[in-house]
Design a protein around this ligand. Structure first.
Ligand SMILES: C[S@@+](CC[C@H](N)C(=O)[O-])C[C@H]1O[C@@H](n2cnc3c(N)ncnc32)[C@H](O)[C@@H]1O
Length: 218
């Protein structure tokens, strides 16, 4: 099926709150464990693009005590939730929140050792936004770790995944998940995006709904 775009910025208060309440601990921890195992020595100055309520950001901060993380989102609602959670976890000294929308974030160019991004790529109408911003923000040699959804073959397959994985979740969240699956890219589409951006990253399918996109900036 063709891609069906969903709203880019998650600035609806109820939807943001439902997202923050949901339990993404398995996939968030899987992502953080993978980043730490593969790139632990690069995680001093990190940018987390599309941080949402910052669950991933906080897991990384706990796993790597020397990491200083700039967590970016275009949604004020998400950053309000993130601010609260980071304060409660006493991680505010190591996590800086930045309200901004890719591309052209007001952050210093080539200033990060690691560029992280989980589940934001599928929100972007134009995926080149992510790859050009990673090149602009990361230092040469910086590691990039992206994890995102894979678009299923049909709306029916997308519905089946939603029911299998999140049947007991809030209806708003289930609809959000379905829309996200329909908005996601295929592995081949991401490979083509990377070739066009001049990036030699690996794209690895992780399951029927997730892929990892990883590499080092030139
Ligand atoms: C599905 S959430 C993922 C949150 C978090 N990374 C996680 O995995 O739990 C995607 C987030 O990306 C943000 N986002 C989407 N497009 C963006 C853009 N162009 N600039 C900044 N944030 C963006 C949305 O507002 C939303 O909070």
């Amino acid at each position: 099926m063709d891609r069906i775009l969903e709203p880019e910025i998650m600035d609806d208060r109820e939807a943001a709150a439902a997202y923050a309440r949901a339990d993404f601990s398995d996939s968030n921890q899987l992502y953080v464990d993978r980043v730490v195992a593969r790139s632990g020595e690069h995680l001093s100055s990190v940018v987390d693009l599309g941080c949402g309520p910052a669950d991933v950001t906080m897991r990384l901060a706990r796993a790597v005590p020397r990491a200083r993380i700039t967590a970016v989102d275009g949604s004020e609602e998400m950053l309000t939730l993130a601010h609260r959670a980071i304060g409660a976890a006493r991680l505010a000294e190591r996590i800086t929140l930045h309200l901004g929308r890719l591309p052209a974030l007001a952050l210093p160019e080539h200033s990060f050792d690691a560029v992280l991004c989980k589940d934001m790529l599928h929100h972007l109408p134009d995926p080149r936004t992510l790859w050009s911003e990673a090149l602009r923000l990361g230092r040469p040699g910086a590691v990039v770790h992206v994890m995102d959804l894979v678009r299923p073959g049909s709306p029916l397959e997308a519905r089946e995944i939603v029911e299998r994985v999140s049947s007991r979740e809030h209806p708003l969240l289930k609809e959000d998940f379905y829309n996200s699956l329909c908005a996601a890219f295929t592995v081949e589409e991401v490979r083509a995006q990377l070739r066009a951006a001049g990036l030699t990253f690996a794209v690895e399918p992780l399951s029927d709904r997730h892929m990892a996109i990883e590499g080092v900036l030139p």
